[in-house]
Design a protein around this ligand. Sequence first.
Ligand code: PHE
Length: 512
Amino acid sequence: MSQRSLWGSKVGFLLAAIGSAVGLGNIWRFGYMAYENGGGAFLVPYVVALLLAGIPLMILEYTLGHREKAAPPLAFARIDRRWETIGWWMPTIAFFGINLFYAAVIGWCMNYFCFSVNQAWGADTGDFFMNTFLQVSDSPFELGGIRWPILAGTVLTWVISWAICFREVNHGIEKASMIFMPLLVVLTLVLIGWALRLEGAWPAIKEHYLTARWDKINPFTASGSKVWVEAFGQIFFTLSLGFGIMIAYASYLPKKTDIVGNALITSVLNCLYSFLTGFAVFGTIGFMAASKGVPFAEAITSGPGLAFVVYPEAINQLPTGQTIFGMLFFLVLIMAGLSSAISLVEAFCCSLIDKFDFDRKKTVTWVCVLGCLGSVVFTTRAGLWILDIVDHFVNNYGLVTGGIFECLLVGWVLKAAIARKHVDQAGGVKLNKGWEILVKFVTPAILILVIGFALYSEFSENYGGYSTIALLVIGLGWLIAALIISFILMRYPWSGAKLGREHEPEEDHLLV
Ligand code: PHE
């Protein structure tokens, strides 16, 4: 077995982990959620979710990866062989469920980056996005041919991901993150500064983003409790938890490392980035609403609609610098997206290499070719619909089940006390005993509640108005396919003595 490479520096690791966490979701999802769910008051459930689920789970994933020096399948199997399928499920669903469409969305951003040059989207940006650019078909089953410009952007995304992941982490992902992340911060700050100076920006930010509407977050009302559940879901997604990514990244940490400190820095900086980007989003939309004389509520939206319809519309209204502003915005999206995409590729490849001792370069090449082929479905005219359904199911169920199983595995099978001893022995900030209670009881209980809510709304109303058959075949089908793949991968025997415990961490002998 070849020597496992390590991150070259603590900063390199942190930038890579933050790069994974900071993604499209920070830019197009957080601000809207805050707006819908109580403005400034939303920060309360958000921070509570960060403290009760986000940070404890980040610590858990770092601990697991660091202790076992392995991606999820091997890490899980070492603790208990029967859990290996779940260990595969996490990176598999991350790869097939997220990476494939994430690459297509980055492909959209690349196209829009080029459109920014002359605002090719024209006056009716909504019509352009749906009918000229995506040329959406009528249903998820009507593929209607490939959209070549989207395919071109998607292939380019895969080529870049391949070029970065091809080399060992300390040369590939670490070096790329050292460039992407500082650049991302600078560009985002420029974007925020610019947005804040636009007319109508501040009043909109104050009124819609920062003003706390406390009644909205009252957990004892039906809509208030939904806000809390959504805050937990968002924390999970935004911190890239439940996919095994942070486990894989932490597996390359040196023996002595500050697990708690790293987890705190990653989580807090990611959330701070979301909060700050909200100023750019609200400022720009506030400006557009004011200059067109439309109510703010009509202008704001979330997801692709925000990035590809509302933002271009706002850019159209700018008195000067339309091209630069547009390119800046889409470059921010591309960079935030790419640094997350490479983490998805890495988690899956690292899992395969752990198990089969494949050559890294060959593995990354094959995985990227396969991924690129898989992404083609998202470049068809039904791409938007399929993406929406897959995203909904993977985020609401795939990710949260991963989180629940992690808590159970570490909290109960390995034992939280042993994990905590490991953290303390690794050095750095000591872990409070309260963490054990969170991981064993509080976090899994909350996550089960989150799934319960999701299931309840699933059965009360078809998501997004899609047909039941489309939701079952595409959404549920995707989850089941990932499970089958995980099962097949698990069936292969382990090579060498990897599952053996010759190098058992000392703390296992310290009885709890
Ligand atoms: N954290 C990313 C975001 O906020 C999404 C993501 C999840 C990326 C999981 C990679 C893996 O957009």
